[in-house]
Design a protein around this ligand. Structure first.
Ligand code: FAD
Ligand code: THG
Length: 818
């Protein structure tokens, strides 16, 4: 009798493609969880099969602006530090040192120290003298300071791969080298087997851990894998006289000289140097030569190309400037090594929508490898990772972000920017514009300053509103960093929204249409709030996972008995709903074919009512209600709700009529003083109102009660995740803070100190122009009472703030419900 995946004694049959650091780590994590029917197929010879892992110098710097990446790295360090092969530890905790040779970098290192404190990594900004002490070969006169992280260090990647391979083999995993995967078999949308040059391997789950070959394997499965392989130069010097007595492989911290796109490590008496300073060198993954024994003997592997000395020359001068001892030596050997870059620099993880049972674990650095393997193993075995992975989820890419040209251009740009000082709001430069709303021409005429998000051009403010600034009380001066991608015009737009009326382009807000006879039951089962209301009702509700974690917050408008419009967050929402939808329920992403304008402010009704015969009075069109009507010539779906906390409507129409809608509203508002307003004002207003932004303020790591949105949960009905909420702990809370100093500003991701010790981190922050203080939301221990004083670290300074009472603005809702 044949078994099914559920009844197999050793867990489902898993085939992993690739025995690099990711494939080996994953085999270890899966078998540790009792899934021992694991086969790892590798085209090259073990233990050094010739992928990126085979020559990775293994530097592990844990701290990143991404809390998720930092957590993945921390696990890798912990795990590798506990692993040995041949009695040798797989991690050499020499510490990390990042140098600043410019004022801008030094400031950035303070910011990085903030991330480290926020995410729980030890580190401190140190003086040039201390840098010299840590790395005696550097010329400290070119250094302004450094960031020292004692727990970073060197992963011995091949050794760690082998240690995990051996452990997994001991639990029953099978590693087959010299097996080249040539095809993926499927049936009814599910993967069934992996084809190799040595035979066919049946599988319930297949994980592509093929590194930069990902797109090649992806094509076999019918899946686009959005990564671009690029070559990156790595060289070793001849022995240095100054290091002659060295016996250990490395004792000094791994070193970064980001102002020149360089990094360094010791190889006993030599120095290894990596460079991102050269032009991007994209490699076609479909044109990689197979592993060849003869060539491999001279380190010529599929993932390494000949060293291009012309690309190296300028960097060599920089190396010698920083480390004068290098003037006495030369590069002995070097290569152009290939690894993966994605459009946003993050890994690509998860089960593909197109082919069930087919997973990707790609574009993963050694740094994050064990953490990724653990998260993916949890995802496969338990149905979800315990860490928020939305930044790494393969569903995050929009259709327009998956074209080969986009992936190549953006991947190359990630290479260029890898060590740049990047502002959190800094948008991609190319390819732009990619997606524009129907109002784009009008926005340009009004001098919109666009930033990019999800491929969309999004106005952050409009220069046309500059004259309004003159009529306002002057705003406090901003520091140079927080003044970037910001303008006092945002304050004027916020004020116009609170006092008059403003138009907001809400087109990028994701819209799903859910239809069919089972639509109500389906949405009701999937979300927390009561949706059994008459057509015309709009409901704020939550998508939870089985553990009660918040996967998203939605608005659900019942437009007809069997037709719903869902206001959603990320592409993952579409994926999640589609996965769970039964026969007879259709889900369609209608974002691109439609558009939306938010008309908000005390004069919103005066603007809209004259355009329609329908009743837009408070009694005739209640809060959180929807109506289909015409405004002038334009058929619209109007929803009375507002993420900025003012009276008004979201007005939806099809893309073809968008421009007409804009012009109609603009004209109707001209006597009322209507302005166009951007996301900068929008973000300020929503924070004053305490409205959460999913993915920033809360994720699936948080339950609704901690996140402060328990009001949207109705436990008297059945829904996915309900059981888990019964004893959901509330040990931390998304806590509103107001900065004490009217001039102080923070931006998000800063550490928060309670009683002098790090206790949490800021999620989002913005100046609240109505409140005259900066608003910051932060994850902090539950039980901090209103009025408690805390400190937020901003560029090394402790800024005082106070726990406030929510909502900070209009608690009685008098501005909205009227
Ligand atoms: P790989 O190691 O490439 O493994 C993929 C495997 O899949 C390969 O062995 C390949 O043979 C196999 N495979 C592919 N196609 C098939 C097929 N059809 N059939 C069977 N098998 C197949 N990262 C850091 O964290 N720190 C660093 O300091 C660092 N420095 C680097 C320096 C250089 C010069 C390079 C090149 C990379 C560096 N990296 C660093 C990046 C790091 O090496 C990679 O991100 C990481 O090794 C990727 O691991 P992987 O297991 O995903 O891929
Ligand atoms: N508009 C629409 N859909 C959306 C958003 C939106 N979906 C995704 C995201 N934004 C959801 N976020 C919110 C957050 C708060 C509110 C609406 C959407 C909101 N809350 C009120 C409050 O908390 O007082 C009302 C809640 C209630 O009455 O249940 O308005 O911007 N279409």
């Amino acid at each position: 009798m044949s078994s099914t995946p559920e009844t197999r004694p050793n867990g489902p049959q898993v085939v992993i493609i690739g025995a690099g650091i990711v494939g080996c780590s994953l085999a270890d994590e899966l078998t540790a969880r009792g899934w021992t029917d694991v086969t790892v197929l590798e085209q090259g010879p073990l233990p050094a099969p010739g992928g990126s892992t085979s020559h990775a110098p293994g530097l592990v710097f844990q701290t990143s602006p991404s809390r998720t990446l930092t957590a993945l790295a921390r696990y890798t360090v912990e795990k590798f530090a506990s692993l040995r092969a041949d009695g040798i530890p797989c991690f050499n905790q020499v510490g990390g040192l990042e140098l600043a040779t410019t004022q801008e970098r030094l400031t950035d290192l303070h910011r990085k120290a903030g991330y480290a404190a926020a995410w729980g990594i030890r580190g401190e900004v140190v003086s040039p003298a201390r840098c010299k002490e840590l790395w005696p070969l550097i010329d400290e006169s070119v250094v302004l300071g450094g960031f020292h992280t004692p727990d970073d260090g060197l992963a011995r990647a091949l050794l760690a791969a082998r240690a995990q391979l051996e452990r997994a083999s001991g639990r029953g995993a099978l590693f087959l080298d010299r097996h080249t995967v040539t095809g993926i078999e499927k049936e009814n949308g599910r993967v069934t087997a992996v084809v190799t040059d040595q035979g066919v391997f049946p599988a319930d789950h297949v994980v592509s851990a093929a590194g930069f070959w990902g797109p090649v394997i992806g094509r076999m499965a019918g899946v686009d894998v959005p990564l671009q392989p690029l070559a990156h130069q790595y060289a070793r010097t001849r022995p240095l006289a100054d290091l002659q007595d060295h016996e250990a492989e490395a004792t000094r911290p791994i070193l970064r000289f980001q102002d020149r796109d360089l990094y360094f490590r010791e190889h006993t008496d030599r120095i290894g140097i990596g460079s991102y300073a050269h032009r991007p060198l994209p490699v076609d993954p479909f044109a990689i030569l197979p592993y060849d024994e003869a060539r491999a003997r001279n380190m010529d592997m599929p993932s390494s190309f000949p060293f291009t000395t012309e690309d190296w020359a300028p960097s060599w001068d920089d190396c010698r400037r920083l480390i004068p001892a290098l003037r006495e030596t030369e590069v002995e050997e070097g290569f152009n090594g290939v690894f993966s870059f994605t459009p946003d620099g993050m890994p690509v993880l998860g089960e593909t929508r197109q082919l069930r049972g087919f997973w990707l674990a790609e574009a993963v650095w050694v740094t994050h490898s064990a953490g990724v393997a653990k998260a993916v193993a949890e995802w496969m075995v338990d149905g979800r990772p315990s860490l928020d992975l939305h930044e790494c989820d393969l569903t995050r890419f929009e259709d327009a972000q998956r074209s080969p040209s986009f992936v190549r251009e953006r991947g190359s740009q990630q290479f260029v920017e890898v060590y740049d000082v990047l502002h959190p709001l800094q948008p991609m430069e190319q390819p732009r514009p990619l997606r524009v709303s129907p109002f784009y021409a009008r926005q340009q005429q009004l001098g919109a300053r666009f930033l990019e998000g999800g491929g969309w051009e999004r106005p952050h403010w409009y220069e046309a509103n500059a004259p309004l600034v003159d009529a306002m009380d002057p705003l406090p001066e901003r520091d140079a960093w927080s003044a970037r991608y910001w303008s006092p015009i945002a304050a004027a737009e916020a004020k116009a929204t609170r006092e008059k009326v403003a138009l907001y382009d809400m087109t990028p807000l994701r819209r799903l249409e859910v239809t069919g006879p089972g639509a109500l039951d389906f949405l009701s089962r999937m979300t927390t709030n009561n949706l059994r209301k008459k057509p015309g009702a709009v409901t704020y509700t939550l998508l939870l996972d089985e553990t009660g974690g918040v996967r998203s917050d939605l608005t659900v408008a019942r437009l007809a008995p069997d037709r719903f419009q869902v206001g959603a967050n990320s592409p993952a929402d579409l994926d999640w709903l589609t996965r769970h939808a039964p026969e007879g329920v259709q889900i369609r992403d209608i974002t691109s074919g439609t558009c939306c304008i938010g008309v908000w402010g005390p004069l919103a009704r005066d603007l809209v009512q004259p355009l329609t015969r329908d009743d837009f009075s408070h009694e005739g069109f209640g809060y959180f209600r929807a109506k289909q009507t015409h405004l002038g010539h334009v058929p619209v779906t109007a929803m009375r709700l507002s993420y900025v906390g003012e009276l008004g409507w979201e007005l939806y129409t099809t893309a073809d009529l968008g421009l007409r809608l804009w012009d109609t509203l603009w004209e109707a508002g001209s006597d009322l003083g209507v302005v166009a307003a951007g996301r900068s004002a929008f973000n300020s207003l929503r924070l004053e109102k305490g409205y959460r932004a999913w993915g920033v303020d809360m994720t699936d790591e948080h339950n609704p009660y901690e996140a402060g949105i328990g009001f949207a949960v109705r436990t008297d009905k059945e829904f996915l995740g309900r059981a888990a909420l019964e004893d959901a702990p509330v040990t931390r809370r998304l806590t509103p803070l107001l900065l004490d100093e009217p001039a102080a500003v923070v931006l998000g991701k800063e550490p928060v100190y309670v009683d002098g010790a790090p206790a949490g981190y800021v999620t989002s922050a913005s100046y609240g122009y109505t409140l005259g203080r900066c608003v910051a939301y932060a994850w902090l221990p539950a039980g901090l009472t209103t009025g408690t004083g805390v400190h937020i670290e901003y560029f090394g300074e402790k800024v005082p703030a106070t726990v406030a009472e929510e909502p900070l603005f209009d608690p009685k809702m008098t501005r909205i419900r009227r």
